[in-house]
Write a protein that binds this ligand. Structure first.
Ligand code: ZN
Length: 169
């Protein structure tokens, strides 16, 4: 939402993002990309979580997309709207669209797509086939919170590890 600074979050929100970053690490260790996400219901219970699973060839296997599909099958429209999705990395356009189309609620993310893009540029990594648009460019009515600075270095390190580049300190 704010591209020049980061936001502060509650201890509870921090714990959910912590879990997302742990899932992102698990993904890298499995040979996938460093993204993890979870969905909480209005009571704060984690109802679903997943991590990136693209290594076997299906590039749409993003955790935020999995959340949207799970929510469409398992939650009422009211429950979806009252859910909050936490994620280690800002939704890509595909996931932003899926999130909005199934009517999910607020998003809290740790690293922005803009941050990840700038790291890849610094490392000389070729840009992917999908533009790194902010969530709200794709899904204009969503309430979005992020990026959260305290996770930035750790997530940058996970991307560096996946790509096999040295992450400059
Ligand atoms: Zn995505």
């Amino acid at each position: 939402m704010n591209h020049d600074s980061t936001v502060s979050i509650s201890a509870t929100e921090r714990a959910y993002l912590r879990r997302c970053v742990d899932l992102a690490q698990e993904a890298v260790e499995a040979g996938d990309e460093p993204y993890g996400s979870l969905l909480t219901d209005p009571t704060g219970t984690v109802r679903f979580e997943d991590r990136n699973r693209v290594k076997d060839g299906d590039a749409t296997r993003h955790p935020e997309f999995a959340i949207a599909r799970w929510a469409a099958e398992n939650l009422s429209p009211e429950e979806r709207g009252a859910s909050v999705v936490f994620t280690s990395g800002e939704h890509c356009p595909m996931c932003s669209a899926a999130h909005a189309m199934v009517g999910l609620g607020r998003i809290v993310y740790a690293s922005s797509s803009e941050e990840v893009s700038s790291w890849y540029q610094q490392w000389g990594v070729t840009a992917g086939p999908v533009a790194p648009l902010p969530i709200q460019v794709v899904a204009t009515q969503l309430q979005v919170i992020g990026p959260v600075a305290e996770f930035t270095e750790e997530i940058r390190g996970l991307h560096a590890r996946m790509l096999g580049v040295q992450s400059p300190d």
